[in-house]
Design a protein around this ligand. Sequence first.
Ligand code: COA
Length: 156
Amino acid sequence: MQISHIKYFQNWIPIIGKWMYEEWSYAFPLRTLQDIQKNLFGRMNENEMPITLVAHDERGVLGTASLKASDMETLTELTPWLSSVYVHPDHRGEGVAQALVSEIEKIARRQGHGKLYVFNPITQGVFEKLGWSVLQTLRYGGKELGILVKDISAPA
Ligand SMILES: CC(C)(COP(=O)(O)OP(=O)(O)OC[C@H]1O[C@@H](n2cnc3c(N)ncnc32)[C@H](O)[C@@H]1OP(=O)(O)O)[C@@H](O)C(=O)NCCC(=O)NCCS
């Protein structure tokens, strides 16, 4: 499996945009599929946020994750955010998310950040397994979300 910047795999943007649209429309109800795809086509910078990565192998695109300065309309004082971690259902449980998250942490650390934030429905518990802890919970987009934080100052 390889992890690359989306810049090099723009042909996968329509698929990735659809994943994001379907998974997170509860949090961003006004955002259209076209908005998401347009944003992704704008993410051609490898060093400045927002940064979007794709995981891929000979089977094609497996998943995606992003690093953004902010990811919610609230909590704007927290930065940066691990955002839009999504692995296609056919490829879950193979460590794809773990590899993507680890690469995002590396990029954030290189940029001088000591902490990284993410939001996730509180019932899911995925990020706790990857070393994240719940900072607070809140109701957002009709769901109970956990805001999680990870100390990334030292490499894992
Ligand atoms: C959550 C998601 C990204 C996990 O992707 P994945 O590639 O299957 O995850 P990995 O194989 O890298 O697993 C990483 C760890 O998380 C755990 N995990 C994975 N999916 C999980 C789930 N649905 N619930 C609880 N834990 C989960 C795994 O057990 C693993 O821990 P372990 O190695 O100790 O067993 C994937 O299920 C997905 O895309 N879901 C829909 C979108 C989403 O919820 N994204 C997260 C919010 S941004």
